[in-house]
Design a protein around this ligand. Structure first.
Ligand SMILES: [Zn+2]
Length: 480
């Protein structure tokens, strides 16, 4: 069973005042007595910043109003504390620690699918894999000492734990490891178009345990012609705003898939480049995707400007491409206009070597925890959506690109996946939250908006799923 608190952050909000007492109630309700806790910092618990972001998307202009109210409350708190002779700064830190201390425990079931004995991994490897997840998701890894000083303050502790499921869906005791022989020699696909055959008994794999209640991890052979091109993959939560609809899949496909050679530490099956690290961190990376994280370089390596699209995480530096299984700590693929930082190869969501990796950032942590409270507690059965994937990992590239054209007067919305035509709508707002355009359905691969009458400045494009109006993405862009 999942023991997650039911914090439904997708609020139906009538007005701003109601809203202020709903999300993270504990955080806000204690304002009057403890002071200083109304503190929407990046490392705040409960995914509050994300809530604000979602509400801003839903009710443009909300953020401004909220910020003003927050500021008023903070000033009032500070006055009260000063009157009581309390050091506000220490108080805030104490409160933050307290609020941040929820630990989520996720029951895990491993489905070991084997064709030959070599693929039927020993329990000890599976156990070591779980230990690596627990270590890295709780920042207990000893190699945190390798985190470069510029990034130390950004490293976060996810406080997410994993345990072998103790009870199966029928109520029987279990050790959380299911073993299944298969006649299929591999589940890899030469085209890179994965079919998820390991996820169903009828196709030679093993049916998932209720994906809303267990993290299913399938372990099988993913090689193609004996090449280990694909080491693992996972899908983000259905509807996660950092991802496009092409990445959202039905419950039956939720979970993580691992190539049997990368499971656990010092896996004796590891060969070649896999053997050079062999630390079980492929699973850490994939579980990061499972909790909604994108690659740190945002998968835009094929765009003209690789530094344009971010990973929707503010405390990871801009990065143009993946690290390509290196640990080039001097690398810096994008120059940030202010406070330029090197690429963060320490991040589990890069493609650096496993020995190079040692952190999630605080905002990545926040996003993963929000994914638990907002998505993973109540995944209803969803319609299946055609998913495109690429070899090595499940990441559907940004299939919708929104950009102004220099020296012309248009903003272009480009859709690269025909499957999602007619399914999305877009609307532009100015920075005050005023509607600049009508809501428009995207019916062609390229839709242009004439910006001649728009004043120079920043605008926000809000992309929505047409079927239910859910905001899929917000993007700020400069028009001049
Ligand atoms: Zn990945």
């Amino acid at each position: 069973m999942l023991n997650f608190p039911l914090e439904n952050l997708r609020l139906k909000v009538l007005n701003f005042m109601v809203l202020l007492v709903l999300p993270c109630g504990i955080l806000l309700s204690q304002t009057s007595e403890s002071g200083g806790s109304l503190n929407p910092h990046a490392d705040e618990p409960c995914g509050f910043a994300t809530v604000i972001q979602q509400l801003e998307a839903q009710y443009p202009g909300f953020r401004l109003s909220y910020d003003q109210q927050t500021l008023n409350a903070k000033q009032s708190d500070a006055r009260k504390l000063r009157d009581q002779g309390i050091d506000r700064r220490k108080k805030v830190i104490k409160d933050t620690l307290y609020y941040y201390d929820t630990i989520y425990t996720v029951p895990v079931v491993f489905h070991v699918i084997y064709n030959v004995a070599n693929e039927n991994l020993h329990d000890s490897l599976i156990i070591s894999q779980l230990a690596v997840l627990n270590r890295d998701f709780n920042r207990l890894n000893s190699d945190t000492v390798k985190t470069r000083s510029v990034f130390k303050s950004r490293a976060g502790n996810a406080r997410i734990q994993f345990e072998f499921a103790k009870v199966d869906p029928s109520g029987n005791a279990t050790n959380g490891i299911v073993r299944k022989a298969t006649t299929k020699t591999t589940f890899g696909s030469a085209t890179g178009n994965l079919q998820d055959l390991m996820k169903a008994t009828s196709t030679g794999g093993d049916d998932p345990w209720d994906p809303t209640k267990y993290l299913n991890i399938w372990v099988c052979d993913l090689s193609v012609n004996n090449q280990d091109n694909l080491l693992g993959y996972a899908f983000p939560p259905y509807g996660h705003p950092s991802w496009t609809s092409g990445s959202w899949v039905a419950d039956s496909r939720q979970g993580v898939v691992l190539h049997y050679k990368v499971v656990g530490r010092n896996n004796p099956r590891a060969t070649g480049i896999i053997a050079s690290s062999n630390m079980g961190r492929c699973a850490v990376h994939e579980v990061g995707h499972y909790f909604g994280l994108r690659h740190i370089w945002a998968d835009d390596q094929y765009s003209a400007n690789k530094c344009l699209v971010d990973d929707y995480i503010d405390d990871t530096p801009l990065q143009g491409i993946g690290a390509g299984f290196t640990c080039n700590l001097g690398g810096n693929t994008c120059i940030e206009p202010k406070n330029d930082l090197p690429d963060m190869f320490e991040n589990y969501m890069d493609y650096s070597t496993e020995a190079c990796q040692n952190l999630f950032t605080k905002q990545q942590v926040q996003m993963m925890r929000t994914s638990i409270t907002d998505f993973r507690t109540e995944l209803p059965i969803k319609r299946d959506i055609i998913t495109r994937m690429r070899v090595f990992d499940t990441v559907v590239y940004d299939e919708v690109l929104i950009y102004p054209i220099n020296k012309e007067t248009d903003v272009v919305v480009e859709i690269r996946n025909e499957d999602i035509l007619e399914a999305l709508e877009i609307q532009f707002y100015d920075m005050l939250g005023q509607e600049i355009t009508e809501l428009k359905t995207l019916t062609t691969n390229e839709t242009r908006f004439d910006t001649q009458t728009w004043a120079d400045g920043y605008y926000v494009a809000v992309l929505k799923r047409k079927s239910d109006g859910k905001v899929i993405r917000k993007q700020k862009l400069f028009v001049d």
